[in-house]
Design a protein around this ligand. Structure first.
Ligand code: FE
Length: 181
């Protein structure tokens, strides 16, 4: 591809990511408020701080390019965040809510991983070395967040299964429980 076309594509995709990250900064406080698990809430809080850093890294890249980061709205991220918001509004049971929040957050991470993977390849082809290193740092952080969410999903869902099992155990008539003895 002609180098100035690639550069155009690079800047457009960076704008898309800038819009996506800015939307996440606004959405995460709502997710923090909605989360019932302490660990999940702490994870979202940590990721909010990280996301602010992702916005700053993009601003740094735009500054070096002499371009404005504004002017584009990432509709993909808008849709993902809207879906997450609708799930919260349905007012599910606490474990279901946390599982739903994790699922929404992982969709967001995967979307970002795809975006950062592409722009870091473009930056490499364009020999924008400084940008390559900044974009790869963010890409790594998005991957780490995704892994942490997978671990949280396992522990939170396990807790939910365990508490359901003990509830069932308590409500079961005594006779049935001792019938075997
Ligand atoms: Fe991010």
């Amino acid at each position: 591809m002609e180098s100035n076309r690639l550069k155009h594509l690079y800047v457009e995709e960076l704008k898309d990511l800038y819009s996506a990250e800015s939307q996440i900064v606004k959405a995460l406080p709502k997710m923090i408020k909605a989360a019932t698990s302490e660990d999940l809430r702490a994870g979202f809080e940590e990721h909010l701080e990280q996301t602010k850093g992702h916005v700053s890294r993009l601003e740094e890249i735009f500054k070096a390019l002499g371009e404005s980061p504004k002017g584009k709205k990432c509709k993909g991220m808008e849709g993902l965040i809207k879906e997450g918001g609708e799930m919260i509004e349905e007012d599910p049971a606490p474990e279901e809510l946390d599982a739903g929040l994790i699922s929404a957050a992982q969709r967001v991470e995967h979307y970002e991983i795809a975006g950062y993977g592409c722009v870091s390849t473009y930056a490499k082809l364009l020999r924008e070395d400084e940008a390559v290193s900044l974009l790869r740092k963010t890409l790594e952080e998005e991957k780490e967040t995704d892994e942490k969410l997978t671990q949280l999903a396992e522990s939170i869902n396990l807790e939910a299964v365990a508490s359901q099992a003990s509830e069932e155990g308590n409500s079961r008539p005594r006779k049935a429980k001792t019938a075997r003895a």
